[in-house]
Design a protein around this ligand. Structure first.
Ligand code: S5P
Length: 268
């Protein structure tokens, strides 16, 4: 029996010394949500509207800030205000993948100045330890957190067992900054690490460009990941709020099931 399988998010907060990871575990517990919205829209207005309308349902808003066509420096501040209003974290899905010096500049400079507003970022371990060092030097003093990509949801990807192990080792060496992984399943026994899984849908098994989807129950109850990341299956629907609520409830029910708790029947 896997002991950490049954730990609640609240208990998991005690295993991490990272203040951001603690905050995330606690807000998931308080809001009863393990849903992250992948808001891959291309205008400020669409992004802010989604963040405000669905904010109560999510623990994380995941952005691709470089696809916003009318980006200006007011947007990060507005996102931070909504994150504060609805209590969710901001995750810029930048997937850094360069040498330490370059990723540090990409993180701190340019138009987006990601370090100033994104609580969480992610990176590929591929270039080696320098990538984490470069990001950490800028992010750790602001209590930011890094997720390493240990697996991907796309068909035919090149993530093999050796690469995954090297990624886990890199995380273990940087627990003051790496809070967890983007992965399809739990990969390490340490309960401090948090797992976020993209490629989640109740409506389809794949898209036309190689994306593969899993059901929230598979992700949370069987694969023991912690957060479902859902994009088009929510924001492209007619009533994004109602669909988000549906995903939140499905993700939460799967979490209660894996903790061995009774499924709550309240309608909140
Ligand atoms: O393995 C991955 C990692 C990520 S971060 N597979 C993914 O799909 N993603 C991201 O999750 C991707 O960049 C997109 O923003 C989101 C999935 O969107 P959806 O519309 O397919 O749910």
């Amino acid at each position: 029996m896997n002991v950490s399988k049954n730990l609640s998010y609240q208990q998991r907060a005690q295993y991490t010394h990272h203040p951001l990871a603690q905050r995330l575990f606690h807000l998931m517990n308080d809001k009863k949500t393990n849903l992250a919205l992948s808001a891959d829209v291309t205008t400020k207005d669409e992004l802010l509207t989604l963040a405000d309308q669905l904010g109560s349902q999510i623990c994380i808003l995941k952005t691709h800030i470089d696809i916003i066509e009318d980006f200006d420096s007011s947007l990060p501040k507005q996102l931070q205000e909504l994150a504060c209003k609805h209590q969710f974290l901001l995750f810029e899905d930048r997937k850094f993948a360069d040498i330490g010096n370059t990723v540090q500049l990409q993180y701190t400079a340019g138009i987006y100045k990601i370090v100033d507003w994104a609580d969480i970022i992610n990176a590929h371990g591929l270039p080696g330890p320098g990538i984490v060092q470069g990001l950490k030097a800028a992010g750790v003093k602001k209590h930011r957190g890094l997720l390493l990509l240990a697996e991907m949801s796309s068909a035919g990807n090149f993530f093999n067992a050796e690469y995954i192990q090297a990624t886990l080792d890199l995380a273990m060496q940087n627990k003051d900054f790496v809070i967890g992984f983007i992965a399809q399943r739990k990969l390490h026994a340490d309960p401090a690490f948090i797992y976020l899984t993209p490629g989640v849908s109740m409506a389809q098994a794949q898209d036309k460009l190689g994306q593969g989807y899993l059901h929230p129950h598979t992700v949370i109850a069987e694969n023991l990941s912690d957060v479902i990341i859902v994009g088009r299956s929510i924001y492209q629907q007619e009533s994004p709020f109602l669909v988000a609520q549906h995903y939140r409830k499905a993700g939460w029910a799967a979490y209660l099931e894996r903790c061995g708790k009774l499924i709550e029947t309240s309608s909140d």
